[in-house]
Design a protein around this ligand. Structure first.
Ligand SMILES: Cc1cc2nc3c(=O)[nH]c(=O)nc-3n(C[C@H](O)[C@H](O)[C@H](O)COP(=O)(O)O)c2cc1C
Length: 331
């Protein structure tokens, strides 16, 4: 896909699924596209893993044709491996390559990848330039606001991105030091957007469709990225676009089951179904008992039956956004 076409997609539907390791696999990306999300991105994929052709790594990158536009997110400190991986992504038919400069996890940072590049912008520039030089499809990047509160540098990153022909910069509004504590700094994202010559996608702590629209309008961002918010409400993208999702919750989760079982064996499908159903039950009456049941039931029909039973009567989801939820991740 050309840069113009990708940006047109973003203009038409500015609600982007955030990459999440262990979550945004092929079935979940398909599910979220079906539920109204505009653009999807894989979880971070190791360029070195790909270079050595690990089957597990390749599975993370799989997508199906209903997902376009779909990006594959890469990380890695070895530029030879990274450029190899970027070319592989292009050959697979993905629409864009996304580079991860936000991962705070020590295993990644200690090697000089992920958010470590925010401490060394010349390295970030070299990495972007190397990847960009080998591919025709668009290159995007995802960053945090800086290494720590004293060294926030997204203005500089946006300038580098512009100079190097990057298509957009997605900003998770926290520093690496903040990990997942506190709140994403949307004032800073707004400031960066106001000065940036490259499109900006804002990200962090969007829990509702109203919140997504508010952030989009208030910041002037070109798009907003939603991660954990869609793990509590699978309708969040459809609602943000003003589309009424008429299927019942049970029917929605049936779709998720179809996608999971087309990708995983029965055991893994059930593990994933339990996980998503447990997250989606947040804030509904009886959620604690439901979760306990889910993890005790073993047979597929029992698990699916209990999910239907619970969600058929689930209404009035309480706001649980103040409760800690998935306070760790790769970006
Ligand atoms: C479980 C989990 C895994 C994540 N994995 C990735 C990843 O692979 N790549 C990435 O760039 N960000 C990753 N992130 C960060 C999210 O993309 C996003 O920036 C962050 O969760 C803030 O957005 P949210 O409040 O909408 O969730 C992950 C976050 C979580 C919670």
């Amino acid at each position: 896909m050309t840069e113009t076409a990708l940006l047109e997609n973003l203009r038409l539907n500015p609600f982007v699924l955030a990459p999440m390791a262990g979550i945004t696999d092929r079935p979940f990306r398909t599910f979220m596209r079906e539920m109204g999300c505009g653009i999807v991105v894989s979880e971070l994929v190791s360029s070195t893993g790909l270079k050595y052709s690990s089957e597990k790594t390749r599975k993370l990158m799989e997508f199906d044709k209903t997902q376009h536009p779909v990006g594959i997110q890469l990380f890695g400190e070895n530029l030879e491996h990274l450029t190899f991986a970027a070319q592989e992504v292009e050959q697979m038919g993905a629409d864009f390559v996304d580079l991860n400069f936000g991962c705070p996890v020590p295993k990644v940072v200690n090697k000089g990848a992920g958010s470590a590049c925010l401490k060394d912008l010349s390295k970030l520039r070299d990495t972007v330039r190397a990847a960009k030089s080998k591919i025709q499809i668009p290159l995007t990047i995802k960053v945090r606001t800086g290494w720590d509160a004293n060294t926030r540098n997204t203005h500089e990153v946006a300038q580098i991105a512009f100079d190097e022909g990057v298509t957009w910069v997605a900003i998770h509004g926290r520093t690496r030091a903040a990990a997942y504590t506190g709140l994403a700094d949307w004032d800073y994202i707004t400031e960066v957007k106001a000065k940036s010559k490259v499109p900006i996608i804002g990200n962090g702590d969007i829990h509702t469709a109203e919140g997504a629209l508010r952030r989009l309008n208030e910041t002037g961002c070109d798009g907003v990225m939603i991660g954990r918010g869609c793990l509590k409400n699978p309708r969040i993208f459809a609602e943000a676009r003003g589309r009424l999702e008429e299927r019942t919750f049970g029917r929605i989760l049936d779709r998720l089951h179809v996608h999971l079982s087309g990708f995983y064996d029965e055991r893994l499908t059930l593990i994933q179904m339990r996980k998503f159903a447990a997250w989606y039950s947040a804030g509904y009456a009886g959620a604690a008992g439901f979760r306990k049941d889910l993890f005790q039931l073993q047979k597929r029909d029992e698990v699916l039956g209990r999910i239907h039973e619970f969600f058929n009567v689930a209404n009035d989801q309480a706001d649980t956004s103040h409760e800690p939820f998935l306070m760790g991740g790769h970006g």
